[in-house]
Write a protein that binds this ligand. Sequence first.
Ligand code: ZN
Length: 58
Amino acid sequence: MVEVAKCPVCGGLVELANPWVGLEVECPECGEGLRVVSLQPPQLYYAVGFEEEPLPEE
Ligand SMILES: [Zn+2]
């Protein structure tokens, strides 16, 4: 199943075939490296510099 998500950089639509959280893709419009951060709906965020769930400081 192919889904589409919006590129956070250029706003272009990126097709994702059977996406999963953590999948890295490249935006066909701007070439930015992106990562799937959630599904339903699929959302993309920058793959580079993206830190997963920073631990809360105690
Ligand atoms: Zn883009």
